[in-house]
Design a protein around this ligand. Structure first.
Ligand code: SF4
Ligand code: FES
Length: 253
């Protein structure tokens, strides 16, 4: 049975077939002023993910829990949420790695809540689009499709980790500047600006630098570094931001 009791948090390890308390934030911004938490007792194995536990609660206790997911393999970027206080992918986080018998799931910070665990990505995607996240090259081979844009391993190394971004928004959720300035372009978009600026095949560098060099742009970042700590794909947005600043200040070319 689902309960709304605030059970006391314990921190013992989860062993196979144990039951944990899954504490789910519930909120409908159209009718509620603040989040409430509902507790569900969920049996878990050592391989059970947080997403699987939420779906178990949805299936057996309360089908109205709102949660977004798709690939279940850390690829689509849909299932970001705050799990025991830290932004993580629910499909990529095993209950056993949390070392707690109480698992609290909440919507990501710095995003508008749609309902329960789901948030709106419109602003993040608008900022992403603003930095032109695609190759700009006026030598595009429209006529000669046999010509390749050859890169050396060193040239590829400059940006390849940034190409792994799955647009999950965990970095924006962790960013303290985003909390203070809702117009800040954010680490996700800045990391993608760097990904293309650093690509020697691209010719759109000046356009992108102009977009991020504005009042709510790159200079708002005060290098907390929390974006890089939470990225599930090994992207380092904080480093990308520093390297982009190098381009703006003329240290990088
Ligand atoms: S940089 Fe990492 S945390 Fe940020 S959106 Fe991309 S994959 Fe997610
Ligand atoms: S469901 Fe696709 S990243 Fe988690």
């Amino acid at each position: 049975m689902a309960t709304e009791l605030a059970t006391e948090q314990s921190s013992s390890n989860v062993s196979p077939s144990q039951t944990i308390t899954l504490r789910v934030a519930r909120i409908n911004p159209n009718t509620d002023n603040e989040k409430k938490f509902m507790d569900f007792q969920i049996p878990v194995q050592k391989w059970t993910t947080v997403l699987e536990a939420i779906l178990e609660a949805k299936k057996y206790f309360d089908h109205s829990i709102a949660v977004r997911y798709s690939c279940r393999q850390a690829t689509c970027g849909s299932c970001g949420m705050v799990i025991n206080g830290k932004p993580r992918l629910a499909c990529f986080t095993k209950i056993s790695e949390l070392n707690s018998n109480v698992v609290t799931v909440e919507p990501m910070n710095n995003f508008p809540i749609i309902r329960d665990l789901t948030v709106g990505f419109d602003r993040m995607f608008a900022n992403h689009k603003k930095v032109k996240p695609f190759m700009i090259n006026d030598e595009t081979e429209v006529t000669d499709r046999t010509k390749e844009h050859i890169q050396t391993p060193e040239e590829l190394e400059k940006f390849i980790q940034f190409a792994g971004c799955i647009k999950c928004g965990l970095c924006n959720s962790a960013c303290p500047t985003m909390t203070m300035d809702s117009s800040f372009v954010g680490p996700q978009a800045l990391a993608q600006a760097y990904r293309y600026v650093a690509d020697n095949r691209d010719k759109g560098k000046n356009d992108r630098l102009k977009v991020i060099d504005e009042s709510h742009g790159i200079w708002r970042c005060h290098f907390a570094g929390s974006c890089s700590q939470v990225c599930p794909k090994g992207v380092d947005p904080a480093m990308g931001i520093q390297l982009l600043r190098g381009y703006l200040l003329g240290f990088n070319r």
